[in-house]
Structures are given as structure tokens and as C-alpha cells.
Design a protein around this ligand. Structure first.
Ligand code: TRP
Length: 373
């Protein structure tokens, strides 16, 4: 956006974050200094300059993505920031070390223990990383509470072939997920190269005796049945609801051959089996423009009993462009089932650097896939 061109990245993102918090009714005075720490030297660059680092957080390489979580039980919504720490001279390794420094800085500020983070860091860290990141962060802003932190490790950081071993050992060190191999056996589709990949190993940044650990699997070329199978391994998850959610989010696309569908499994209290399941649909790959993404998301919120009028106010907190003029502002929608907090989350791009043009033709309708599949 032209009027933003002269703004610094920190100023542009902070403006969006505070508007989002205002709309969602979240007061969090700590949020701005956190964002500044996260961005480091990159924060002072103008958004008109090219990104300091081609962050994978968002398609336009913004190092931040926002999300708003609608929780069951009438609880107030939560604003979250997925972000990547950037070193002043960025590389995967240097950004990883910047991420670790950020974790220690925030742990000191908010009195959080870091021993579980360190156990996983020692396992995953490498001087020759594969892939595009070592550690990402999530900052969770709840009204009137101090921020909460989650960290995401990259299971493929030592190469794709090491990911299962790293995750198995990570779970062992944190004392949960004893049935990991049987879970993988039930979820992963046969064939090489695998179309189901371990993409994140996440933990909350505090040291409750049994922390929450979340495992993310990306399903490439997935059909709704694949999400149903992935969800079905968790006790008590209603797989019909998962199917309905995926169908509503993906629209006519029978095979999600764009960005992958993602599953996550939450382990609580040191459990051998996951207690919760979430599914994330990268809706931006399966719509022609953001108006379509918005309409589907609104229908989902209504179907699941949430206040859809809050959604109406979210795009305007981030951008003044018409929804029809681009695609990707609504990046993902997710459904969370089971503990700790069931609900729906809407992921929103900052678009600090770029807006993607609407799609036209067969790709936009999904008809290509109906005929090919
Ligand atoms: N941009 C990346 C992707 O789409 C990472 C990412 C950002 C992501 N937000 C996410 C992945 C939400 C899953 C769910 O894959």
C-alpha cells in the first residue's frame, strides 16, 4: 500500500497488531515491545525496501502472520502472532540463534523456565541446517494477561530423512507421545517421497511438569478423507465435523493440490496418545480472491456458533484494500477439537511487502481437479 511505503516494518506491523487487538477487545501493553524484540534490526527497515530475509511465515515474506482464535464456551477471542526472529545479517543458523536469544530474553522478562526449550534445542540445532528455519515463535495475546509463548522447531532442520527420529526423541525427552510410531503408521499414506511430512514440533514456553507439545503433519495432495483419517486416530474426535469443516473451507476442491492441508496433535499431561486434534486448511490456495475466502470463513464461524460479526471487522484492521482485489489476506482457517481449547482460528496475512492478485480460470474454481482426479 502506497501510504505505507515510507513506514518501517515495525511501525506497519505494530499498527496492524494494535488495530487487531482493539477490534478483538484484547488489551496487551507488552505486545509492542515484543514485536520490536522479535523483528530486531529488520524492524527499522522501510516496508518499501525488499524483505531482509525471505521468511516462510507468509507468502510475501513478511516475518509475521496474525491470527484470531475464536474459543468455545463464550471465552473472549485471542490475538496471536506467528513470527520469525531475524538476525541483522540473516541466515537460517543466525536467525535460529536470534530466536533462542529472544526466547531467553522473554523468559527472563516474564519469569518462564527454559529447560524444556533447551532440551529440544540441543536435539534439533545444527550448524548446517536444511530447510528455511530452525525456530519460529507464537505470541499469544489474551485480554488483560501477560503474553504466552509457543516455539516451533523444524523437524526437517537436519534433513527430511531425520525428521521422524528427531521428533521421536523430542517427544521422549519431554515425556510424552509414547505411541508416536503407531500414530504415524496409521496416518501416513504409503509411497515415496512421502506426501505426509512432519512440519513443526511445538511446545509452550513454560515448565509445567507436563507441558503441552504439538506435532504438525502436512498432507500434500490431500483429500477430505485424509483429514478424516488423520483426525480419527485421536480418541473422542468427531471426524464428521472435521470433514464438514474441510469441505466448507476447500469449497469445490476435491484434492488439495496447492498448499498442503495440515494436521496437529496435542499431547497434554505426558500422555502417550494425543488428547487434541486440529486441522488447518490453507484456504488462500483454494479461492479466487479474499472475498471468497471471507465468505467461506464467515459461514464456518456461523456453523460452529461463533460471533461472525467480529470477522467482519478483521480485514479492515489490517488493510484498506477491497477483498476482491487480492488473495491471501485470509491465509488459513483451522478447527481445534478436544483439549485444551476447542474452537476456530482465522489466520491473517500482514501483506507488509506484497498483495497477490486474484486468481482466474480453472484454478480458481477447482474444476481442473474434479476432472483430473
Ligand atoms: N506460511 C507457511 C505455510 O503456509 C507457514 C504457516 C504460517 C502455517 N501459518 C500457518 C502453516 C498456519 C500451517 C498453519 O505453510
Amino acid at each position: 500500500m502506497d501510504h505505507r511505503a515510507h513506514m518501517s516494518l515495525l511501525r506497519a506491523l505494530d499498527t496492524q497488531m494494535s488495530r487487531l487487538c482493539e477490534v478483538a477487545g484484547v488489551r496487551s501493553p507488552e505486545a509492542r515491545p515484543l514485536l520490536a524484540d522479535l523483528l530486531g534490526a529488520a524492524g527499522s527497515r522501510p516496508v518499501s525496501a525488499p524483505p531482509l530475509w525471505p521468511s516462510g511465515i507468509a507468502d510475501d515474506h513478511s516475518p509475521v502472520e496474525f491470527s484470531v482464535a475464536f474459543d468455545d464456551g463464550g471465552r473472549a477471542p485471542t490475538v496471536r502472532i506467528l513470527g520469525e526472529s531475524l538476525d541483522a545479517a540473516p541466515s537460517v543458523t543466525r536467525n535460529g540463534h536470534a530466536a533462542r536469544a529472544f526466547v531467553h530474553q522473554q523468559a527472563a522478562r516474564f519469569g518462564l523456565a527454559t529447560s524444556q526449550f533447551e532440551q529440544v534445542w540441543k536435539l534439533f540445532a545444527t550448524n548446517r541446517p536444511a530447510g528455511e528455519f530452525m525456530v519460529w515463535h507464537s505470541l499469544v495475546l489474551r485480554d488483560g494477561r501477560t503474553p504466552e509463548f509457543k516455539v516451533y522447531f523444524n523437524p526437517e532442520v537436519q534433513g527430511e530423512d531425520r525428521s521422524v527420529d528427531l521428533v521421536r526423541e523430542g517427544l521422549r525427552r519431554l515425556g510424552c507421545g509414547a505411541s508416536f510410531d503407531s500414530l504415524l503408521g496409521r496416518v501416513i499414506r504409503p509411497g515415496a517421497p512421502s506426501r505426509d511430512r512432519l512440519t513443526f514440533f511445538a511446545l509452550d514456553l513454560h515448565d509445567a511438569p507436563h507441558n503441552r507439545v504439538k506435532l504438525y503433519l502436512s498432507h500434500h495432495d490431500a483429500r477430505v478423507e485424509d483429514a478424516v483419517r488423520a483426525a480419527g486416530v485421536v480418541d473422542g474426535v468427531d471426524t464428521d465435523v472435521v470433514a464438514e469443516f474441510c469441505e466448507m473451507a476447500a469449497g469445490p476442491h476435491r484434492v488439495m493440490s496447492g498448499r498442503p492441508l495440515v494436521s496437529s496433535y496435542s499431547y497434554l499431561g505426558g500422555g502417550a496418545e494425543p488428547a487434541g486434534y486440529s486441522v488447518y486448511v490453507p484456504i488462500r490456495s483454494y479461492v479466487s480472491d479474499d472475498q471468497e475466502a471471507f465468505d467461506r470463513t464467515r459461514a464456518i464461524l456461523e456453523r460452529f456458533g461463533f460471533d461472525a460479526t467480529l470477522l467482519d471487522r478483521l480485514p479492515g484492521a489490517l488493510t484498506d484494500r477491497p477483498l476482491r482485489d487480492g488473495v491471501g489476506l485470509i491465509a488459513h482457517v483451522s478447527l481445534r477439537l478436544g483439549p485444551p481449547r476447542p474452537g476456530v482460528t482465522v489466520y491473517l496475512s500482514a501483506e507488509a511487502y506484497d498483495v497477490f492478485p486474484p486468481r482466474t480460470g480453472a484454478l480458481a474454481t477447482g474444476l481442473d481437479q474434479i476432472y483430473v482426479a
